[in-house]
Every structure is written in C-alpha cells, then in structure tokens.
Ligand binder design. Structure first.
Ligand code: UT7
Length: 316
C-alpha cells in the first residue's frame, strides 16, 4: 500500500505586525471586543512589495530543507491560495521559478480557507496513483490585499502568511483519508465581489454571524465523517489541527465533539485568520513546539467561502 507521508514542513509570517491597539486607533473597536469575540491579538501583514509567491517561497525553502530534498526532487507543486500574485500565471508557476525548479507540473487551488485541505486531497491522489513521488503542497495568502481596513468586522480578522509541506510516497502510514465538500448556494455569505471600478480594491464581504453558525454546525459533522470512514474514535486522535477562523468556533467545535481544547493546536491569537495558510502554519507550529510528534494521529479540518469544507486524517 502506498501512502502520502509528510516528509518536511515549514512556515513563514511577514515581519510587519498589526496589533489590536493599532486597530483601536483607526476603527470603532476595542482590544477587549476583538479578544473576546475572536481570540485575536495581532496579525502579520505583508509589505507593499511582498506577494503571495514570496511568502510561499520562504515556507517552501524551509519545508524542502526539513525533508532533506532539493527543489529538483519535486515533481508537482500545488499552491492553495485566494490571493494569487497575478490573474495568471498561477502562483505555483511563479513559486516554481523562484525555487529554480526547471520543470514539473504546477497549479493553484482555490477553495478559500479550505484550500490547503483541497490541495492535500488532490496531492494524495497523485501519490496513490503513482503519478508523483514528491509533492510540494503550499497554503499561502495575503488576505490584507482584499481586506477593507475601514470595515471593523473584517479588518480585525485577517492576516497574511504561508505554510508548506513536502508530501512523499511511502510504505509507512501517512494520509489515511481526506474528505472535501462544497455548497455553492451559500456563495454570497462570504465572497469578494468584483467591483469593476478602476483602481477600486475588491474586498471581502462577509455575513459573519451566519458564517459562524454554519461553520460550527459543519465542522463537528466532518470530524464524525472522518472518524467513521476510518473506524476510529475521538480518543484515537492525538491532535486536531483546525483552520483558525475564530477562537469561539474552535471552542464551540471542541465542545460539540466533547473534546478538550488541550487537543487543539491554536495559533489564532498571534496570526489571525490566514485563510489557506492557517492549517500548515498551525501544523508547523505544533511540530516546532514538539506537541505533534512522529506516530501521532492528527485531524485537520477547515471551513470557508463557497461554502467549502473538508478534513484530513494523517499519521505523522
Ligand atoms: O475563515 C472562513 C470563515 N470565516 C469565519 O468563520 C468567520 C466567522 N465569523 C466570525 O468570526 C464572527 O461572526 C465575527 C468576528 C466576524 C463577528 O462576531 P459576531 O459575534 O458574530 O458579531 P456580529 O456580526 O453578530 O455583530 C455583533 C455586534 C454588531 O453591533 P450591533 O449591530 O449589535 O450594534 C456589530 O456591528 O458587534 C459589532 N461589531 C463590532 N464591534 C466592535 C462587529 N465588529 C466589531 C468590532 N468591534 N470589530
């Protein structure tokens, strides 16, 4: 049996930080409101000349070193992003150039905050069908580029960052299953409409409260679906590595599942919601903190615009 095994992991956050105190100075909000309603204290924001591919490149370099591989060993690059550098080519192609990989397949995946799970799911199929041996899977987003900083319900939430893994074919257990879903009927609850005006920034429009309720109700179902597919119980999971949207979503999901918050990797306080980057950032944090260790069973889950949602059960 062939498995997709995580051979290396890396992440990157831009240097510039936007704190709640800075937001208090420009918006009708308070540190207290942001902290209690979202759990966020600060988020990292790119400089004017920094793009999604730059963030992806930094995380990818670390993941390749961690995997003990050269860029030339990679035979497929998948970048999950909602904020590509350009309309085309894909951020994956730009990343390929930056890494100096002369030739391999490369493409982007757009599933907003569920993007990394979608990318993992696709990558796993390439490995299981023996179509690729070493895949670079990246989640990278510059959400600040599509955030209206005069809209207090969005400005407080989003951050920029990237995370990358190298997925290699292996005889040892790795990805056990992935589950991805979408329901386009909810398109307008969380979207970035095209304004069509020259020079005007296209920004996130979110019915936050409705998204919140839908996220909580969906995330516990996807955990059950994943465990049932593998004949496993909640007690078998060592760590949940969730998409970091709001601490209250994480708490509500943990409560519904009757799981302790101690089993969740939580990074939202320091990073905000980094969309497709949030799960690989949390994974890398959990590994570097020596919480997630070889042999552990981890469950990743995400919910985002589309709506899209998904999960992955992985033996580290
Ligand atoms: O990652 C992809 C999926 N995204 C998510 O999962 C995000 C889900 N949604 C959320 O995280 C939350 O809904 C928000 C953090 C966006 C908003 O929190 P909420 O508790 O759902 O607040 P709300 O939208 O129901 O608004 C409650 C009140 C409103 O005032 P009124 O109408 O009651 O007077 C808002 O105007 O809170 C107000 N409000 C704020 N007040 C101070 C909204 N944003 C702020 C703010 N500071 N930053």
């Amino acid at each position: 049996m062939i498995y997709s095994k995580i051979k290396g992991c890396g992440s990157y956050l831009p240097e510039k930080v936007l704190t709640n105190a800075e937001l208090e100075a420009t918006l009708d909000t308070t540190d207290e409101w942001i902290t209690t309603r979202t759990g966020i204290k600060k988020r990292h924001i790119v400089d004017e000349d920094q793009f999604t591919s730059d963030l992806a490149y930094e995380a990818a370099k670390i993941a390749l070193t961690d995997a003990n591989l050269q860029p030339s060993d990679i035979d497929l690059i998948i970048v999950a992003t909602t904020t590509p550098d350009k309309v085309f080519p894909s951020t994956a192609c730009i990343l390929q150039k930056k890494l100096g990989v002369v030739e391999c397949a490369a493409f982007d995946i757009q599933a907003v905050c569920s993007g990394f799970i979608y990318a993992l799911s696709v990558a796993d199929k390439f490995i299981k069908t023996r179509s690729a041996k070493n895949i670079l899977v990246v989640g990278a987003d510059t959400m600040s580029r599509i955030t209206d900083y005069s809209d207090r319900s969005n400005a407080i939430l989003w951050g920029d960052g990237s995370g990358a893994i190298v997925l290699s074919s292996s005889n040892e257990e790795g990805i056990l299953s992935t589950h991805i879903h979408a329901k386009g009927e909810h398109e307008e609850l969380l979207h970035v409409p095209r304004k069509g005006q020259q020079g005007e920034k296209d920004t996130i429009d979110m019915k936050g409260n409705q998204v919140f309720k839908m996220a909580v109700n969906t995330l516990d179902m996807i955990v059950d679906e994943t465990l049932n597919a593998n004949n496993l119980a909640k007690e078998d999971i060592d760590w949940v590595v969730p998409h970091q949207a709001n601490i209250r979503i994480l708490e509500a999901t943990a409560k519904k599942l009757n799981m302790s918050m101690d089993k969740l990797i939580v990074t939202i306080g320091e990073q905000g919601n980094t969309s497709a980057a949030s799960i690989p950032l949390a994974l890398d944090f959990g590994i570097k903190q020596k919480k997630i260790k070889p042999g552990h069973l981890i469950l990743m889950e995400a919910f985002g615009g589309g709506f899209t949602w998904g999960s992955a059960l992985i033996r580290i």
